[in-house]
Design a protein around this ligand. Structure first.
Ligand code: ACO
Length: 474
């Protein structure tokens, strides 16, 4: 089988979001007030959130680098979002549901400790008489989607492949308890169709992982949807994992190809994106790593600026604010070329956990559609706890319907972003409070007002007295 990879993509994120700060306070609140009268909203602007939380102006928008945060209204959850995105992918690429032979889901949003999200998705396939579909869910923080993707790609490449397509779904709703992590939430689902002769091809020899036991972000309280998070530790763990994967990947590449690897060998670099500032720091870190390896990607003036930091130990280098500042400044021109085109959706939607990395890939394809032929995209997947892998795709236009240009028109990222509606932080918090109350609950029906959802969206209608969940397509 040649060129196994991603044939087609679809993304769904809730039509509701919060902005991160409010300079336009009055206008925005009046606007939001009007909207809330009609209660048709679920997107929080980060600007509004800054004002509401009493954070200094720019803390979420510049400090975290985020614009907006999507969240699920009471009618949506990770199951409804994955039903929506799978149904939409099958319909828009005209795929017969019988043609799916394996379906894997990555998610860290636990709704049931036994019954997988994959089994809910079977509703779509059973209707068409297809129950012969392998695969279940993979869970480890934001890494589950990557684990699911690797499983499905390995299946297509294996002797047990039966010639049908594989499907990978990443679905998460990232919500945090009140505090500094709350503005780094988000929500989305992504579906990826996997098979041979793909426009987004796996370079399976370029891959390196770093896995380790840490408590940086975890969900030990089964009565709560919120994680326990050590924010500072999670940042350091992320950067340590990045360093380790990159070093190993460079070494493997050199052994295989007889020449060194540096960021010059990657046209674009796509990072798991909890919030944009960490992505800026991560790219700066790769530049610093290249500097330490004396790679040709770092020019003379950058070398001069980074020289004072060359003797720092690993731990000292993570702690050095000066190094962070200088390396981000040195990295800026390359960041604008290689990373900035990947940041649209993560900045607009927030952390989508398992879907974040792939939403960044979607952003790249959306922004650079016609100029991607032959380009190499380096991917960095991170899941707290921790699991991480750096891997690589090679892009090509491909054949309709599995072409980059068709993928872009099907996904309609601009249309989806433009049709969102902003809510006030108050409305966002009221929704979180309702969800806290309902988490793990039974015997309730959701609001009858689903006017914010577009046609074709699945929603949660009710949870009955036996905790059974019922989803309906609008
Ligand atoms: N204007 C501009 N920048 C500002 C302002 C302002 N008014 N106020 C603060 N900042 C900057 C800070 O200087 C800092 O930037 P720096 O990191 O470049 O120094 C940044 O804003 C963040 O501020 P902090 O006070 O350092 O941190 P905060 O209290 O906002 O918490 C954190 C940030 C730790 C990321 C928190 O939101 C969190 O715990 N999030 C969840 C964990 C997470 O996402 N971890 C990432 C990997 S794991 C995963 O994917 C879940």
């Amino acid at each position: 089988k040649n060129d196994v990879g991603i044939l087609a993509l679809e993304i769904y994120f809730p039509p509701t979001c919060v902005q991160q700060n409010v300079m336009l306070t009055k206008a925005l609140f009046f606007h939001s007030f009007l909207l809330s009268l009609f209660s048709i909203i679920t997107l929080v602007p980060q600007e509004a959130l800054e004002v509401h939380d009493g954070a200094s102006k720019g803390k979420y928008t510049i400090g975290h680098g985020q614009d907006c945060m999507a969240f699920c209204s009471e009618s949506e959850d990770v199951i409804s979002m994955s039903l929506t995105v799978v149904a939409s992918l099958l319909e828009k690429y005209n795929i017969d549901p019988k043609q799916i032979g394996r379906l894997e889901v990555g998610s860290e949003t636990v709704i049931d400790k036994s019954k997988s999200i994959k089994t809910f998705l079977m509703q779509i396939f059973e209707e068409h008489g297809n129950t012969d579909i392998e695969g279940v869910d993979s869970t480890n923080a934001c890494y589950g989607g990557t684990a699911a993707l690797f499983n499905v790609v390995n299946w297509v490449e294996s002797s047990s492949w039966d010639g049908r397509y594989g499907l990978v779904v990443c679905t998460d709703s990232a919500v945090y308890a009140e505090g500094p992590a709350r503005p780094t939430g988000g929500a989305a689902a992504i579906a990826m169709l996997i098979g041979p002769d793909a426009p987004i091809v796996f370079e399976s020899k370029i891959r390196a992982s770093h896995m380790s036991h840490v408590y940086d972000f975890y969900k030990p309280d089964l009565a709560s949807e919120y994680p326990v998070v050590d924010g500072k530790l999670s940042q350091t763990c992320y950067l340590t994992a990045l360093d380790s994967c990159y070093k190993l990947l460079c070494a493997k590449f050199e052994k295989l190809n007889g020449k060194p690897f540096s960021i010059s060998d990657a046209d674009y670099i796509v990072f798991h994106s909890p919030y944009n500032k960490l992505v800026q720091k991560s790219f700066a870190r790769l530049c610093f790593m290249d500097f330490l390896r004396n790679a040709s990607s770092i020019d003379e003036s950058a070398k001069e600026k980074l020289a004072p930091f060359s003797a720092l130990t690993g731990d000292e280098s993570y702690a050095s604010r000066d190094l962070e500042k200088v390396s981000q400044q040195v990295a800026k021109p390359l960041y604008d070329l290689k990373v900035q085109p990947t940041t649209l959706l993560p900045k607009q939607v927030g952390n989508m956990y398992t879907a974040s990395l792939y939403a960044a890939l979607v952003s790249l394809i959306h922004n650079k559609t016609t100029t991607l032929e032959g380009k190499r995209v380096l991917m960095f997947s991170y899941g707290s706890g921790l699991t991480s892998t750096m891997f690589s795709f090679r892009l090509r236009e491909g054949q309709h319907p599995f072409s980059l240009s068709n993928i872009v028109s099907v996904m309609d990222v601009s249309g989806k972003l433009d049709s969102r509606q902003e809510v006030t932080p108050e409305k966002f918090i009221a929704t979180l409070q309702l969800m806290e109350h309902r988490y793990g609950g039974k015997d309730f029906v959701t609001s009858k007002d689903r006017s914010h959802l577009s046609l074709g969206t699945y929603y949660l209608k009710e949870v009955d007295s036996k905790y059974r969940r019922f989803y309906v397509k609008k």
